[in-house]
Design a protein around this ligand. Structure first.
Ligand code: FDA
Length: 383
């Protein structure tokens, strides 16, 4: 009960940024309600009980950004440790860098490419040009050609989506970088780091203000009629918000994490993330968090075998025509609701779009500016 200036559904990044901004910039009284038992949304991490290793509950989270103001912003909530993410893949039994670079191609095809020019030439011979790709197969063929496509992208996509690239819109494989050099980094953003004390600690600091009340284990739909709020933000699934409208549900792809402990073992595998793109096993990747945060001295290790599935937690929107059209219908409902009920929709679930963490932060900062007229000012911290 009581009155709040702002009520926010969801204690993930989108909700945390808005809560923090309203509290720190305007001194507003903010209520955050979170359905789950913890804050942090999908960025939530914790200490594994048997091994003492810090692990993420909803999959690996690497922070990377081109936005200087987002980088500036996140540093207000705790120290960051530079970390450049590198991924390995097991392809035809060989251990190769992912994304594909010169080394990947040399190992897989027994070549001896020595320069960017040679790599460009090789790629050019492989690529099947296409100015206007209509699906992800055409995108992949135009970027890497048939051999790499068959070896890596086609089976991996099928494992992830239970659909072949030809059945998926071009945007799915457009995100995958291919390197004409030796760069092994997974991301090329200028800012790449991990929160030194973990993501959950970062969220605790974002919610620290006395003006902010956070209720976990609380469903927004259960309390929204019981509290009075000047303004609402909803960062949950848009189809859940409009459940009474009886439109079909938006489809999501989800993940399942099988936890395994190896006692008295420094490392189970050679890298933090090892991809298994081919169809000789049923998992997409294995994640061993001990490679992060200087934890190599711990006696045991824990790793998670990752499989894709339908149902369960909503992770990846499925970008096909049915869902895009359906989302437009939800968007129209949202527009009306924004005008009549003083509620704004924010975040990856309300926008039915995959956002990286920095995009989620940037969107929430921009929404705050739009709704209050207060622009973000960079601090004088060293960036
Ligand atoms: P998020 O889902 O985090 O938060 C929404 C919150 O709302 C949830 O906590 C939910 O429980 C709550 N909620 C929903 N309905 C509710 C209701 N009715 N009442 C109350 N609460 C409700 N990004 C990146 O930059 N680098 C990376 O490496 C990764 N890795 C990654 C791996 C995987 C597997 C996924 C799925 C995603 C990533 N991401 C990522 C993306 C990152 O997780 C994403 O940007 C943020 O979680 C977005 O934050 P939001 O607050 O928008 O949603």
């Amino acid at each position: 009960a009581g009155h709040y200036d702002v009520c926010i559904a969801g204690a993930g990044l989108s909700g945390a940024v808005l809560a923090e901004r309203y509290a720190s910039q305007l001194g507003h009284k903010v209520l955050v309600v979170e359905k789950r038992a913890h804050i942090g949304g999908n960025c939530f991490d914790y200490i594994d009980k048997d091994t003492g290793v810090r692990v993420s509950q909803y999959g690996a989270h690497l922070f990377h950004t081109y936005f200087d103001d987002v980088w500036d912003y996140v540093q207000k909530f705790g120290p960051w440790t530079p970390y450049e993410h590198k991924v390995r893949g097991i392809v035809n039994g060989k251990d190769v860098p992912i994304p594909v670079n010169i080394e990947t191609v040399n190992i897989l095809f027994d070549l001896n490419i020595q320069s960017q020019e040679e790599m460009d030439e090789w790629l050019k011979k492989e690529q099947i040009p296409n100015d206007n790709p209509q699906n992800s197969e055409e995108v992949a063929l135009s970027r890497v050609g048939k051999r790499l496509y068959e070896l890596i992208f086609k089976p991996y996509t099928f494992k992830q989506w239970n659909k072949y690239p030809v059945e998926l819109g071009p945007e799915v494989l457009q995100r995958i970088p291919v390197r004409n050099n030796w760069d092994e980094r997974y991301f090329s953003d200028p800012h790449q780091a991990l929160p030194t004390n973990g993501y959950t600690s970062l969220f605790e600091n974002m919610f620290k203000s006395q003006h902010i009340t956070v209720l976990t284990n609380t469903d927004y739909f259960q309390i929204r009629d019981k509290v009075s709020c000047g303004k609402h933000y909803f960062s949950g699934p848009i189809d859940a918000y409009f459940a009474e409208q009886k439109l079909p549900k938006l489809e999501y792809r989800s993940l399942e994490f099988e936890r395994k402990v190896e006692e008295n073992t420094q490392f189970f595998q050679q890298a933090f993330v090892v991809n298994h793109p081919q169809d000789n096993d049923d998992y997409t990747r294995i994640v061993e968090y001990k490679h992060l945060y200087n934890q190599s001295h711990l006696p045991h290790t824990v790793y998670f075998i990752e499989r894709s599935k339908d149902g369960g937690e909503p992770y990846y929107p499925v970008p096909n025509k049915r869902n895009k059209d359906l989302f437009k219908q939800y968007q129209n409902l949202a527009k009306k609701e924004e005008k009549t009920k003083n509620v704004s929709f924010v975040g990856r679930l309300a926008n039915y779009k995959y956002f990286n963490m920095d995009q989620a932060i940037n969107n929430a900062l921009e929404l705050f500016t739009k709704d209050t007229g207060i622009a973000y000012t960079m601090s004088s911290l060293p960036v």
